[in-house]
Structure formats: structure tokens, C-alpha cells
Design a binder for this molecule. Structure first.
Ligand code: GTP
Length: 598
């Protein structure tokens, strides 16, 4: 199939607007297997790998489509990760294609992530095909959503496709629109090679498997290639496409999207966003837009059982192989012992990694509350960065603390504007703008410290708007704030893992709330335990955990044995995540309690 008949595209959407369902329908219509069938098939073929706990990612499928004009077309459908935390990866995947289907739910309309994804597509100069999905829903209001899309994109009504991934309406229109509107890839097969790496995955047998999109030139098996950023060189061992099974080829050329292996042992040697060129005949310039995404959220991760420390290190090493945005370094806490300080792209990324360590590696974790990176100017003129509250220098030696701010975009029905503004104000937000999208929906922007977003912003937003608000954020820069470190003392010992940074205006209230919360969360001990919140040497709040009175079991003394066992089991379950901190036994929740501050 000639280059003119190649179409490379992605589907972008707000979460749950039906991206996967639509992709399945497109695969069915082009007689490829659906994603679900593919996964099953792959898993069957890769039992061995599955046993070793490798996740199989499918991110570029090659399809053949016989169009209404009688010609055959080659499609590459490129998958994009869905969540705000992965903006950077979305942007890279989009750089691999020439057009996108912008999918919007017919009942929900445009949401925050619809916009965020749209802007990324526009940044990449992509052709945008608006699709209203789920028009079969009783609550569908395609006319309203069409109007929104007309206003947003400056398109006409006729350019908006009405579809239902569920019933199959509109799928043919979508396929024809891809043929007619998405441009064919440009570039010369004879020019020096430029292949964009838009994903990479580690396989213990073959090394790194890079997902690539060929923008210029041709790549062949056996060819010597060079990574333009890292300047590392390798010899190509296998190239191929997913159609949808991995199918080896002798060469890939302009417009092809597939995979490449070259005995690359280290994921960091084939970074997502880097350009692969030929070592013999290198391109002079890499493809545009390479930039490394830095972690924005940090937390401490410690094994509940200290003897699992090495397992935890191995788990992090394994995860890092497939995830170059994960950072970690050894950390020692007086309270929690040996562990790691880890950096993540955002909260979701953090949760995913924690869950994978617990599930896939079977290690129980104690995690500390997430923190952002602070810039601290010391009185001697030096500037340091602090990502661990316990490392914040004393107030006397600090002349200024700066914290990261984000621009938060919140989309919400009219009725909730008041609640949203209240939350944003309480989170130290500065109002920026408010725009009506239609009679009922409003787009509100605030500048808010990232640290406040990291606390329970999203949960509050969801509960206050009954789930109607959608939310997205972008880093805008560092600003000076009146921040202090608050320490927590248990039985008169400072617990380093509980320290946090707080705005001075909220310090007293937060201290009080946390002292009370800890009193409830920490079980009674054999002796009375004072809980104190302090700024420097000044105690700002105090509560007391009373001494234990009776054995729990005495309650059901003489009672039936199964109840007794249940109680014991419950106690054991609770024990699992307890940690002896100095003289006090502290449960996991206590380390996260600093997050909930209402
Ligand atoms: P994420 O991967 O979570 O971002 O979701 P997604 O955008 O891929 O959406 P997905 O395809 O998983 O669909 C979300 C939900 O909407 C599922 O419960 C689907 O069954 C449902 N759904 C998808 N398309 C349609 C449609 O055309 N009509 C109706 N009624 N429901 C649909």
C-alpha cells in the first residue's frame, strides 16, 4: 500500500466517554480482533511471560480498510494513556500520528480532559475529527454537544460525526472521515532515518521493545542505529508491526508504526520521545519536542516489615525498567527505618506504583503523605530544593520558601459554581477566569498551590459537585508563600515521617485537626501518650491518647468462641500495618492523616 494511503491516528477522550468501546468497534469493522480478544490471545500465547508478571501493552495496531472509493488503506491506530497525570505520554503518542478522533459523550458534553487532550492534539498540529459518542443514550443531547464542538473547534455541524460504540451507529462514517480528512504521512523513504520512540517496554528475553513511528527514511533488520539524545548505538535485531499480533518485517518505512528491538538492556537508553536515526547516515536534527518530564509529587515508601527492604528495592528496580518517570532513592527515617523517597508524575501515578508493589510483589507498605518540591532560599543566599518535609531547614535559617503553583481548569454545571469557588478559595486559590460554555456549563480557572491539589482537592471537588465537576491542571511556576514546617510529637518524640509543610495562616487549625485525628487513629497503649503539633519549639496543639483499660477479649468472656476468634483476627489484620515508632504503635492511616484536614 502506497504512502498516500496510510493514515495514522489516535482516539482522545475524557475518561469514560467511550474510547475503548469505539476502538473495539473500529477493530471489528476492519476485521481485526477486538482489544479484548487480542489481550486474551496474547495472554494465551505468552503464558510464560504472564507467569513472570509482565504486562502486555498494545499501543499501535495496523489495520486494513477498504474505503468507499474502492481503494485499500493502511491504518495505524495508536493508543494514548487516558489520565491527566500522563499528559506527557499522551503528547508523545500524539506526536506519532497525523490526526485524532476527539470523542465526546453525547450526554456529558465537553469535559476538562476533552479540552486538555484537544490542546495536546493542536500542539502537535493534528487534524481533529469530532465524534459525539453514545447517541443511543436516552439522556443524549447531540444538538447541544454539536453546538459546543462548533464553538470550540470552529467546525460546521456537518463535520461532527454522531456515533454509538454500543450499537455501532456512525462507525462507517468515522472510517471514511479518517480516509478523507487525516493527511497521509509526509517524509521521504530515502532520507536519513528519523523514527520517534513513543513508548518503550522491557522484556527480560529481548530487552527493550520500543514503539516507533517512522517519520523519515527506512529502518532495516541488522542496521546500526543511534539514539539521538543518549547517543547510544545498537544493532536492530527485530522490527515489526502489530496487526494485531506482533508480525516481524524486514524493514519499516515512512508512515509505518510498529516496534523495534536491538538488544537494549536499559529502558533509559531508549527514552520515550527520543529519535532513532541511522549510525552510518545520521539525520542532522532530532524530531521536535523532546523534553523529560520531572516528577512533581514525592512520598516516602517503607516496608511494614523491615526484612522486606531488599525486596522493595528490587520491586522499584523492576518497575523503573518500564517507567522512566519513576524516581527513587534510599531514605532513612527515624520513625520508619529504611525505605525509599520516590518521585511521581502525579497522584494517580503514585497510587498505581504503590498498588503494584503491594499486589505484584506482595510487600506491605507504609507510605508517608505526598509532598511537592519546595525551593528554599537560605539566609546565607544559597537556594536548595526540598521534597521531604522533614528536611526543611529551621525557620531562622530560611529567608524565603517558594512552592509550585498550577493553573486548575474546572468544568462544572452552573449550580455548583459557588461550591467550586469555595473549595478553591479554601485551598488558597486565586481566581483567574470564568466562562460559560453554554446555558448550563461553566469553565472556571484558578491558580492554586500544587500542594493543595495533592491534598484532598479532587475528592472534595467530586463530593461537593456530586461528581459533575471535571478537572485538569498544568504547572505554571514557583511563587513565594508563607510556609512553615509542622512537626508531630508522639510521647514527646518528633516523628519525622509525620512532618508536613503548611501555610502559616492555616497552621494552627491544621495542627489542631491532626492532633485530634491522630488521637482517634492511634490505638490506646499501655500508657498515656501525648500527641503534639509544633512549629519549631512552639507547641500549637495537643491531644492525649488515654491508656488502655481492658483486654479486648474480656468483653466476650464466656461468650461464643467464633466471636472471640473473629475479634482476634480483626486485631491481627489491624496489626499488619502497625509500626512501632519509638515507644508507640502507629497504624498506616496515621501517616496519611495529614492529608485529611477538614
Ligand atoms: P477509560 O478507558 O476509562 O478512559 O474509558 P473509555 O473512554 O475507554 O470508555 P469505555 O469504552 O470503557 O466506555 C465507558 C463506559 O461507557 C462503558 O461502561 C461502556 O459500556 C459505555 N459506553 C461506551 N460507548 C457507549 C455507547 O455508545 N453507548 C452507551 N450507551 N454506552 C457506551
Amino acid at each position: 500500500i502506497k504512502q498516500d494511503n496510510v493514515r495514522n491516528f489516535s482516539i482522545i477522550a475524557h475518561i469514560d466517554h467511550g474510547k475503548s468501546t469505539l476502538a473495539d468497534r473500529i477493530l471489528e469493522r476492519t476485521k481485526a480482533l477486538t482489544q479484548r480478544e487480542m489481550k486474551e490471545q496474547f495472554l494465551d500465547a505468552m503464558d510464560l511471560e504472564r507467569e513472570r508478571g509482565i504486562t502486555i501493552k498494545l499501543n499501535a495496531v495496523q489495520l486494513r480498510y477498504g474505503a468507499a472509493n474502492g481503494e485499500d488503506y493502511l491504518f495505524h491506530l495508536i493508543d494514548t494513556p487516558g489520565h491527566v497525570d500522563f499528559t506527557y505520554e499522551v503528547s508523545r503518542s500524539l506526536a506519532a500520528c497525523d490526526g485524532v478522533l476527539l470523542v465526546v459523550d453525547a450526554a456529558q458534553g465537553i469535559e476538562a480532559q476533552t479540552l486538555a487532550n484537544l490542546y495536546l492534539a493542536l500542539d502537535n498540529d493534528l487534524e481533529i475529527i469530532p465524534v459525539i459518542n453514545k447517541i443511543d443514550l436516552p439522556a443524549a443531547d447531540p444538538e447541544r454537544v454539536t453546538k459546543e464542538l462548533e464553538d470550540l473547534l470552529g467546525v460546521t455541524k456537518d463535520e461532527v460525526i454522531h456515533a454509538s460504540g454500543k450499537s455501532g451507529i456512525g462507525i462507517d462514517d468515522i472510517l471514511e472521515a479518517i480516509v478523507e480528512r487525516v493527511p497521509a504521512p509526509e517524509g521521504e523513504p530515502e532520507d536519513p532515518l528519523k523514527a520517534l520512540i513513543f513508548d518503550s517496554l522491557y522484556d527480560p528475553y529481548r530487552g527493550v521493545i520500543a514503539s516507533i513511528s517512522i517519520k523519515e527514511g527506512t529502518v532495516r533488520v541488522g542496521q546500526r542505529i543511534r539514539m539521538m539524545q543518549t547517543e547510544k548505538e545498537f544493532e536492530v535485531t527485530e522490527i515489526g508491526v502489530f496487526n494485531p499480533k506482533p508480525t516481524p518485517k524486514d524493514s519499516l518505512t515512512v508512515g509505518d508504526v510498529g516496534y523495534l528491538t536491538a538488544s537494549i538492556k536499559n529502558v533509559s537508553d531508549s527514552r520515550v520521545g527520543d529519535t532513532i536515526t541511522s549510525a552510518e547516515r545520521p539525520a542532522s536534527e532530532p524530531l521536535p519536542g523532546y523534553k523529560k518530564m520531572n516528577p512533581m509529587v514525592f512520598c516516602g515508601i517503607f516496608p511494614v516489615d523491615a526484612s522486606n527492604y531488599n525486596d522493595l528495592r528490587e520491586a522499584l528496580e523492576r518497575l523503573e525498567l518500564n517507567d522512566s518517570s519513576l524516581q527513587y532513592e534510599a531514605e532513612t527515617s527515624q520513625a520508619l527505618g529504611f525505605g525509599f523517597r520516590c518521585g511521581f508524575l502525579g497522584l494517580l501515578h503514585m497510587e498505581i506504583i504503590q498498588e503494584r508493589i503491594e499486589r505484584e510483589f506482595g510487600i506491605d507498605l507504609i507510605t508517608t503523605a505526598p509532598s511537592v518540591i519546595y525551593e528554599v532560599e537560605l539566609t546565607d543566599g544559597e537556594t536548595i530544593t526540598v521534597d521531604n518535609p522533614s528536611m526543611m531547614p529551621d525557620t531562622q535559617s530560611v529567608s524565603e520558601v517558594r512552592e509550585p503553583f498550577v493553573k486548575a481548569t474546572i468544568m462544572v454545571p452552573n449550580d455548583y459554581v459557588g461550591s467550586v469557588m469555595e473549595i478553591c478559595q479554601a485551598k488558597r486559590g486565586a481566581f483567574q477566569d470564568m466562562q460559560y460554555l453554554d446555558d448550563n456549563r461553566v469553565n472556571i480557572t484558578y491558580e492554586i498551590p500544587l500542594s493543595e491539589i495533592v491534598y484532598d482537592f479532587f475528592d472534595q471537588l467530586k463530593s461537593q459537585t456530586k461528581g459533575y465537576a471535571s478537572f485538569d491542571y498544568d504547572l505554571v511556576g514557583y511563587r513565594a508563600s508563607n510556609l512553615v514546617k509542622m512537626d508531630i510529637l508522639l510521647n514527646n518524640d518528633t516523628i519525622d515521617a509525620l512532618s508536613f509543610i503548611v501555610h502559616r495562616d492555616f497552621a494552627y487549625e491544621r495542627g489542631k485537626a491532626i492532633a485530634n485525628k491522630l488521637k482517634d487513629l492511634i490505638p490506646r497503649q499501655q500508657f498515656e501518650v501525648p500527641v503534639q503539633a509544633a512549629i519549631g519549639n512552639k507547641i500549637v496543639a495537643r491531644s492525649t491518647i488515654k491508656a488502655m483499660r481492658k483486654n479486648v477479649l474480656s468483653k466476650c468472656y464466656g461468650g461464643d468462641i467464633s466471636r472471640k476468634r473473629k475479634l482476634l483476627e480483626k486485631q491481627k489484620e489491624g496489626k499488619k500495618r502497625m509500626k512501632m515508632v519509638g515507644s508507640v504503635e502507629v497504624p498506616q492511616e496515621a501517616f496519611m492523616a495529614v492529608l485529611e484536614m477538614d
